[in-house]
Structures are given as C-alpha cells and as structure tokens.
Design a binder for this molecule. Sequence first.
Ligand code: FAD
Length: 323
Amino acid sequence: MGHIFVIAEHRNGEIRDITFEMLQKAGALAQDLSCNVTAVLLAGPGETFADDLAKWADQVLVLEDERIKTYDSDFYTGIVAALVKEQQPLLTLMGHTSWGMDYAPAVAARTGYPLATDATDILLEDGFPRVIRQMYGGKLFSRVSFSPSAGYMITVRPGAFQADGAGEKSGEVVSQTLPEGLESPRREFLEFEDTAAGDVDITQADFLVSVGRGVGDADNIGTVQELADLLGGTLSCSRPVVDKNWLPKYHQVGTSGKSVKPKVYLALGISGAFQHVAGIAGADCVIAVNKDKKAPIFRVADYGIADDLFTVVDALKEKTKSG
Ligand SMILES: Cc1cc2nc3c(=O)[nH]c(=O)nc-3n(C[C@H](O)[C@H](O)[C@H](O)COP(=O)(O)OP(=O)(O)OC[C@H]3O[C@@H](n4cnc5c(N)ncnc54)[C@H](O)[C@@H]3O)c2cc1C
C-alpha cells in the first residue's frame, strides 16, 4: 500500500496550523487512494509533538536530534530527500511557508520527483494528483498536472484547507534514525525574535475593523479608528499599511502578519490577496467594502459592499451615533 507523507512544521514548542491543514487534506486523499498517511516529524530530543500528530496520521515517523530542534534548511533537505528516496511516498505534502519554500525545491531536485508549489487545492483524476494554483493575485486559477512519476511533491498554501476537530486516528509512532552522510549545515540558528506584542492583540479580538491600502493615506486611518471605537472593534490592517508606516506591525493580518479568528471581519479597501486572506480563514463572517466590484476579497466575503469605503464608514458612524 502506498502512502502520503506530510512533513510537520513546529515552532517555539507548537505544531503549526499548516501541519494539521495538510494532514486533514492528506486524510481525504488517502481515503480516495486507499493508502495511509505518514506524518514526518523532525524535532529535538524529547519533544512531545508526536502524540498530537498521531491523532491525524496512520503513522508518525519521528527523527530526533539536537541539530533539528529548530528548522535548518540543509538538514531538512538532506533528511526529507533521503526518506522520500527510501520510502517512495506517492505524495509528499510540505507547507508553502518560509520553510517549505526553502527546502521543497531542493528536495525535488535531489529526488527527481516533480513539485507543484502553493497549492490551494489538490484533486485526483484517474488516481493522479492535480493541483489548483492561483495566478495574478488570485484573479485566475490554474490546474496543474504532473509528468508521470513514482511520486509527486506539493507545497500547500497555509489556510487553503481547514483542520476540523482534534483528529480521530491513533497512528503508530515510529522512531527513525537520521540518514547517514548528512552535510554539515551552512548556517547557525541563533534565536527567535518575535514581533512586538503591541498594545492590541488582534488574534483575540471578536470584531476586527481592518484597513487596506485603499484607505489612501495615514491621515485617513483616524476616521476608521473612530468607527472601530464606536462599534467596539479592534483595528487591524493589510501589509501595505504597515509597510507605509501608517500602523505598527502588530496590527497586520496575513501570512507574514497574524492569523485571526474574529466573529466579524470588516475589510475596508483590501483587495483580498492570498497572503491576506490566508490570515482570515478562521473568521466567522467577512464583510468586505471595496470600490472595485471584481476585487478578489468578494470571493471570500459573506457580505460585500461595492462602494467607496469612506461613504460606508461615514454611514456606519452616523447610524451608530443616532442609533
Ligand atoms: C511574502 C509575502 C508576504 C505577504 N504577507 C502579507 C500579509 O501578511 N498580509 C497582507 O495583507 N499582505 C501580505 N502580502 C502582500 C500581499 O501580496 C498584497 O500586496 C497585500 O495584501 C495588498 O494589500 P491591500 O489589499 O491593502 O492593497 P491593494 O492590493 O493595493 O488593494 C487596495 C484595494 O483597495 C481598493 N480601494 C482603493 N480605494 C478605495 C476606496 N476609497 N474605497 C474602497 N476601496 C478602495 C482597491 O480597489 C483595491 O482592491 C505579502 C506579500 C508577500 C510577497
């Protein structure tokens, strides 16, 4: 029986969400392919992640070593490539994260397996994987097929799949020794430096009022902040707002900012690039205001208003004050 590899990601003592998202999708694919899911964990000695992964996989392969306590590009490439060559999984899923973008192409080059990156969906056609990817900032979807191979590799976009529940499997945990002949790493991990926590925690907010580049100018942030205050919401933003120094980094939602899970996410002048939308996958209700009715944000919005954000902000303020 073939199997699907999912390469786990963890940071600062926690398994990252992308791991469970990939395991959820791998489980669905494995059912259709009648094969098993193997989570592959590279960790420091004594880490306790394997039990969490066992709830989502038929098998957890654990490779423990002080040198892989934290991510290292050379070790990950060497170890994953050796495991893939040895065990020949039909599919290998890796996160389309700073890790996966770094080591997945190197693993593909070493194994000769074809790689499709940044999958937002994985389909099966006649038993062969097909990958859906977005192009032009989410305006087009492409369907990617692979040249025939013994195995295929895919990096998966964070937030593309939902990991529901706590996992219902009880996979076998198997310790594996590190492959021999690993190259010495060319860099050294020093420390994690977290972004400043700031005076608001957008990850805990129930109602986020979020501004994008469409707000136009730093001076216009004030009127949106007023609306947020009136509605009891917390201000968040897209990355360009931070890049332009209109708001501090701790307000930023998205793949290089924070993932949020509010009950309501009000997006004002945000186009809906995937790096942003990945951060709001956990929102219960998304309301988008954008003057471009074809903006990609409307694809993920539960409610959409195609209008100038300032008209909507003023109207909401008026209504709240009078109401
Ligand atoms: C590695 C990497 C990581 C990234 N990480 C993140 C991240 O974590 N978070 C993030 O947000 N982005 C991130 N980005 C950037 C991302 O690709 C987009 O560029 C960004 O999300 C766009 O922000 P925006 O929607 O505010 O701006 P734009 O894409 O410029 O959209 C502005 C929108 O405002 C609308 N608009 C303009 N004026 C008005 C008005 N008066 N009223 C109503 N609507 C109006 C426009 O129609 C447009 O749709 C990342 C990019 C890379 C390459």
